[in-house]
Ligand binder design. Structure first.
Ligand code: ZN
Length: 139
């Protein structure tokens, strides 16, 4: 898409600091990092959301993210990694081109992705599990 920032990065029209590239993905450093080394795994083909990606491409995205994470642990001494996907604006997706955040974590980094847990009423948890289960028909 012509007006998509990530498509323009893929096409070399906007510069970015690449840490990995293959035929299907590029991985760049996020310019607003949660920690130093915070990277974005971006499919070269424009897809709005991760839920629009075909299963094979999504699997390959996870494999690329793992490769980058292992590299971060080796090169940066990261103690852990957050793999994050914001799917849709309400979930915090800022660029409408699917991407996965790979965020190196360090024991003293003080990053807080915490949320305030909700409480389920009576049988609500069972009812919600059933609704979701029925929608994906796995059981
Ligand atoms: Zn795009």
């Amino acid at each position: 898409m012509a007006d998509c920032v990530f498509c323009q990065i893929v096409n070399g029209k906007i510069p970015a600091d690449k840490v990995f590239e293959n035929e299907l993905f590029i991985v760049i450093l996020d310019i607003h990092p949660a920690s130093k080394g915070h990277s974005l795994v971006i499919p070269k083909k424009h897809v709005d959301r991760i839920t629009d990606m075909d299963d094979q491409l999504l699997g390959e995205m996870a494999a690329v993210a793992k490769k980058v994470a292992n590299g971060m642990q080796k090169s940066l001494g990261a103690d852990g990694i957050n793999f994050m996907v914001n799917n849709g604006k309400v979930a915090g997706q800022l660029i409408d081109h699917a991407h996965m955040h790979v965020i190196p974590r360090f024991s003293a980094d003080k990053i807080d992705f915490g949320w305030n847990p909700h409480k389920y009423e009576a049988n609500e948890i069972k009812e919600l599990a059933e609704r979701i289960r029925n929608s994906i028909r796995i059981i």
